[in-house]
Design a protein around this ligand. Sequence first.
Ligand SMILES: [Ca+2]
Ligand SMILES: [Ca+2]
Length: 108
Amino acid sequence: MVPTLLPKKQGVSFHSWQINQGSGVLADPGAVSTTFRMPAEDVTLTAGVGQNPADVNEDSQVDVADVMSLAQQIVNGSTSTQYDFNQDGILDVLDVMTLAQQIVNQTV
Ligand SMILES: [Ca+2]
Ligand SMILES: [Ca+2]
């Protein structure tokens, strides 16, 4: 059986599959598409989702495209502090640099 994720909702990204009830073996709980060995009993699986603030363009991946997207939002006049990655209370080019650095360091 291959669990399939519901269509992506805006601002939501996939984290992992969780077995809520029953047993079974997930090949890779952290992968959107993975295989699941079902036992004879009923099983409830849940897709764990949540918003990653670093996923600026909301495509469920954190990469250089998010750096570009954040820079574009600032150019367009956004002051949304949800992207205040260096946590100084204002949205500016330093947050673009902080996001880029976090992606390079793979801390997001
Ligand atoms: Ca993204
Ligand atoms: Ca900032």
